[in-house]
Each structure stands twice: as structure tokens, then as C-alpha cells.
Write a protein that binds this ligand. Structure first.
Ligand code: GTP
Length: 298
């Protein structure tokens, strides 16, 4: 049995009752409204899968009600079928123009009405599934599966955008590059799965340490990057230090296992290509590596 909700709008209670019964018997949940204003109210509350809307109603006719329904964000894609005795060509065209997907003439034939309802409900369900899938794909396209941080491609794109904002509004912009120290040894000693857990725990420390406006990503295998908009070199260095210390003090899920990171912090210069800024941060990271690791250079 279907569990979709259908809102029926009619100013004649007897019509609501007959139609409600036909739809309930098919397994639909039914919501009702007896005028246009009430329809807007009920629709906003239940967000139905379909609206069956009478055209001729006092105060606000079905066309106006449909026009207003289509202005509400959550309802813009809810299909509306007009159910009316007014089915002249002008009426039908006017109905489609305000956003209806179909017309059913009164008096209606049950099997035809149900066939039209089923079709629109099915289309609506497929559209919602498609929307959800698109959202998931969009999320996947910018995130790293293992850590949930942003991925390499997205970080480069954001860095470039943040640079534009920083140049335009003359605000500081800094980046941090991190790399786990001797991570190969962790993998070799404890196995790849433990290595993955370490990457996740490190990512959690980063997620908890950064501000909402900072953009944290996994740049490569065991390399991380944080973009800090409107943040000076000095303040970004302090953030990087805090993360370094926190990671060094985090237990990594295996008795006695801790890891350290080395990092580099650089502030963006006006009109500097994104690659150059990235390279400066990376060079500073390698300076930290060569100076003994578990440190941040800027
Ligand atoms: N478990 C796990 N390991 C990864 C992943 N991506 C990269 N690695 C490992 O990260 C290690 C990086 O090793 P190296 O580049 O030699 O660096 P390192 O051992 O950290 O040494 P330094 O950077 O010089 O301190 C390699 O063993 C990679 O296999 C991943 O997604 N999961």
C-alpha cells in the first residue's frame, strides 16, 4: 500500500468526503482544506506528495491558490492537479500556466482519477529520489570518503576563490599544510587499517579545532590542508600549533600509538598565483620535516 499524502482542496464538504474515501481506499494518506488560504496552510505543514485542487472556490480561486503554493520553496515541486467542472480550453491553459500538471473533469470517473493520481505521485517520487541522489553525488564530489574532509580538487578551487575575496576586500588569508610524520612506519607496524583510523582521528582533531569559516581538507594520502580566510599569519600559526599539540596528545586507538605532524603556514600575497602560495606552505612544511618534525614553520 502506498503511504503518500494527498491534499484535497474543495469548498464542498461532500466532495471532500467522496474523494477522500476513494483515495483512502487506495492507501493514500489524505489531508483536506476547504478554501485556498487553508490549502496554503495545510500544504506548508504536511508537504503533500500531490494536491488535488478545485478551481471554483469563494474568496481565492484554485488558480490563485496554485500560484501562491508555487511561491513556497518547500512546495514548488509538489504536483497540482486541478479537479474542476470548468474545463474550457482557456481554463485548461490558465491552469497549466500557474503550474498545474494535469486536469481532471468533474464529475470524475474513479479509475481515471486514480490512474492520473498514481502517475503524478510516481513522477513526484522519482523526482525526489533523483534530487536526493544528486545531492549525495554533489557531496561525494567534494569530500574525501575516508575522513569526511574536503578533497584535493575542492581545496584548490576554494583556495583560488578565497584568494580573490582576500584581494578584493584586502583581508588576510592564510593556509596551513600538514603531513603526518613517519606514517609509513605506522602502516608497516600496525597495518593499513590502523593507518586509516589514524587518518580519521587526525581529521577529527582538525575538524574540532577549526572555525566554521575555515576550510579543512585531506590534500593527499597523509597530507592535510586548512584554508583560513580573514586570518593573519600569526593567528594561523597559533591554530596550527594548537592542532599539532592536540594530535601529539591524541591516543590513536592502539595501545601506546601516538603520531605527530609537521606543518607549514603561509599567508597569501596579493596577485600571487594559487600554486605559488601552496608551494610556499609546502616548502615550510618540508623545513619542519628537515628540522626534526613535530613542528610548524612559518
Ligand atoms: N593507511 C593509509 N595509509 C596511507 C593512505 N594514503 C597514504 N598512505 C601512506 O602514507 C605513507 C606516506 O609515507 P611517506 O611519504 O614515506 O612519509 P612518512 O613515512 O610519513 O615520512 P615523513 O613524511 O618523511 O615523515 C605511505 O606508507 C602511504 O602508503 C591511506 O589512505 N591510508
Amino acid at each position: 500500500m502506498s503511504q503518500e499524502t494527498i491534499l484535497i482542496v474543495d469548498d464542498i464538504p461532500q466532495n471532500l468526503q467522496i474523494l477522500g474515501q476513494v483515495l483512502s481506499q487506495e492507501g493514500y494518506r489524505v489531508a483536506v482544506a476547504t478554501n485556498g488560504l487553508q490549502a496554503l496552510d495545510v500544504a506548508a505543514k504536511v508537504v503533500p506528495d500531490l494536491i488535488l485542487l478545485d478551481v471554483m472556490m469563494p474568496e481565492m480561486d484554485g488558480f490563485e491558490a496554485c500560484r501562491r503554493l508555487k511561491k513556497i520553496d518547500e512546495l514548488v515541486n509538489v504536483p497540482v492537479i486541478f479537479l474542476t467542472a470548468r474545463n474550457s480550453t482557456e481554463d485548461v491553459v490558465a491552469g497549466f500556466e500557474v503550474g498545474a500538471v494535469d486536469f481532471i473533469s468533474k464529475p470524475f470517473i474513479n479509475v481515471e482519477l486514480l490512474a492520473r493520481v498514481r502517475t503524478q505521485v510516481r513522477i513526484n517520487t522519482l523526482m525526489k529520489e533523483l534530487e536526493q541522489k544528486n545531492k549525495e553525488l554533489e557531496e561525494k564530489a567534494v569530500h574525501d570518503d575516508l575522513t569526511g574532509l574536503f578533497n584535493h580538487g575542492y581545496m584548490f578551487e576554494r583556495l583560488s576563490y578565497c584568494q580573490q575575496l582576500s584581494w578584493r576586500y584586502h583581508t588576510p588569508l592564510s593556509v596551513i599544510m600538514f603531513d603526518l610524520d613517519h606514517f609509513k612506519q605506522v602502516n608497516d607496524t600496525y597495518g593499513h587499517q590502523v593507518g586509516d583510523t589514524v587518518l580519521q582521528k587526525v581529521s577529527n582533531v582538525i575538524k574540532n579545532a577549526v572555525r566554521q569559516v575555515d576550510i579543512a581538507g585531506r590534500y593527499g594520502g597523509e597530507e592535510f590542508m586548512i584554508i583560513c580566510p580573514e586570518t593573519s599569519l600569526e593567528n594561523t600559526f597559533m591554530l596550527a600549533e594548537r592542532i599539532r599539540e592536540e594530535i601529539a596528545n591524541t591516543l590513536m586507538g592502539v595501545e601506546g600509538l601516538t603520531v605527530t605532524i609537521s606543518g607549514g603556514v603561509a599567508e597569501s600575497h596579493e596577485n600571487e598565483p594559487v600554486e605559488r602560495l601552496f608551494n610556499r606552505a609546502d616548502e615550510l612544511l618540508y623545513k619542519s620535516k628537515h628540522s626534526g618534525r613535530n613542528m610548524i614553520s612559518c
